[in-house]
Design a protein around this ligand. Structure first.
Ligand code: PLP
Length: 430
């Protein structure tokens, strides 16, 4: 391999390689019978518990036609799919103003839509503000080709789900500006990945006002909107979409955008399908202008339309999914409690918990805590279990990890067994 044959851009892109990091895992996944020595994946955010349900729906319900094997209506999403999604969002997101099919543009996933949006609203080295910790792919999504920089906001002891956090966003924006980075947008991941919490309306409104003050786009990633369950936590906040109230006095509709898709709430990441909602037709047109590079085929669009249109199946599916998430959240927190392992409280959404392994960071041979975190990861890998380390998720402190709990019970049990062996955890005496 000769890196000399690459441009600077090619080399920078190669450094973001997902393939290098994930292929060894994804090609060797643990299965109790077929691959017992494989790696237990408690890191990738997929709802494995619900994929059987999706597959049986597809096998019984879906029939193709010759048209589904053509280029179809293009990459932007067929009229049928955009109508189905608009109806779905009108029902489940309770928007203040109705969503119309023409407010939506589809691409092959939210990953691509982040990039396309980045192209549309920024230039290389412009910035996008994101709270930390954060979903690990955003830097590559916005940065690898569109060249935008993710500028992460730290909170220290401030709760980022409280209005006090707005100051942290603003001071980070001003510091970035002093360093020559022009911030163009604020990304709000709600429900939050990896914290699994929802933002209260008061915070959403205050963030809109901040965006308005500094002419920032508010880009709301609501991909976990319906993966919200009741965790009986006193600090639990229900999900409210940025579209669920009259926001016109806080932010211009031209600056408000939402991404949503099939990967999480519909347990169908393999469909590679997501959409951008915006009332800003210039943004929708700019995104559509280059979306042929991010084209989800008509077969995928057909599958998604069928799922979105079948109201009876969908409401049953979403209810089963919420129940499964709640049960798995309770199992996972139960196990962590038994072993005296701390996790971030108040989560009631998503597929994961934010877990504190700082007490088991071994500092003896390492220059700093981040190196000790890497050593812990290597130890977990040696034990055949994968969870996502905080440094990939922009954690403020080393030693925090994201554990995904949406695997089948036997996989979770094996994963915890390996994890506890790796970190030397013992049940706490009661
Ligand atoms: C917050 C968030 N946004 C976007 C994505 C990616 O979505 P897609 O599969 O549509 O690219 C993920 C996947 O983990 C995610 O957690």
């Amino acid at each position: 391999m000769s890196e000399a044959t690459l441009s600077d851009r090619g080399r920078a892109m190669a450094q973001t390689s997902l393939k290098a990091r994930l292929q060894p895992l994804l090609c060797n996944l643990y299965h109790p019978k077929d691959n017992p020595n494989g790696i237990v994946d408690m890191g990738t955010a997929e709802n494995h518990v619900m994929t059987k349900d999706v597959s049986s729906f597809a096998n019984t319900k879906i029939r193709t036609s010759p048209h589904d094997f053509t280029y179809g209506e293009g990459p932007w999403g067929s009229e049928r799919l955009r109508t189905a999604m608009a109806n779905h969002m009108n029902k489940y997101f309770q928007p203040f103003s109705a969503i119309y099919p023409n407010d939506l543009v589809f691409a092959n996933d939210i990953t691509s839509l982040c990039e396309l949006f980045g192209y549309a609203i920024g230039s290389p080295n412009d910035g996008i503000l994101i709270s930390r910790p954060s979903y690990q792919a955003f830097p590559a999504d916005f940065g690898a080709r569109a060249g935008l920089k993710c500028v992460f906001v730290s909170f220290g002891n401030v709760d980022q789900f409280s209005p006090a956090a707005i100051e942290n966003y603003e001071s980070t924006l001003l510091e970035a500006r002093d360093q020559g980075i022009s911030i163009k947008a604020l990304l709000l991941c709600n429900p939050h990945n990896p914290l699994g919490r929802c933002y209260p309306l008061a915070v959403i409104k205050a963030l809109m006002q901040l965006c308005n003050k500094h002419s920032l786009h508010l880009f709301a990633d609501e991909v976990y909107a319906l993966s919200v369950f009741s965790s009986s936590s006193p600090s639990e906040t229900p999900f409210s979409s940025v579209l669920s109230f009259d926001s016109s006095s806080y932010i211009s509709p031209d600056y408000l955008h939402v991404v949503y898709g099939m990967s999480k709430d519909f347990a169908a990441g393999g469909l590679r399908l997501g959409c951008l909602y915006s009332r800003n037709t210039a943004v929708l047109e700019a995104v559509s202008a280059v979306s042929q590079f991010s084209w989800s085929g008509p077969l995928n669009q057909l599958f998604a339309a069928e799922m979105l249109e079948d109201e009876e199946w969908k409401s049953g599916f979403l209810e089963r999914s919420r129940d499964a998430l709640k049960e798995r959240y309770e199992n996972c927190t139960g196990v962590l409690n038994e072993y005296g392992i701390e996790y971030s409280p108040g989560s009631n959404a998503g597929f994961f918990l934010w877990v504190n392994f700082r007490p088991v960071l071994d500092m003896t041979d390492h220059k700093d805590e981040w190196a000790a975190e890497d050593a812990l990861v290597a130890n977990m890998e040696d034990n055949g279990v994968y969870i996502t380390k905080g440094s990939l998720l922009q954690a403020e402190q080393a030693g925090w990890f994201r554990i995904v709990f949406t695997q089948e019970d036997d996989v979770m049990q094996e994963g915890f067994k390996r994890l506890f062996h790796a970190i030397g955890a013992k049940k706490v005496e009661v």
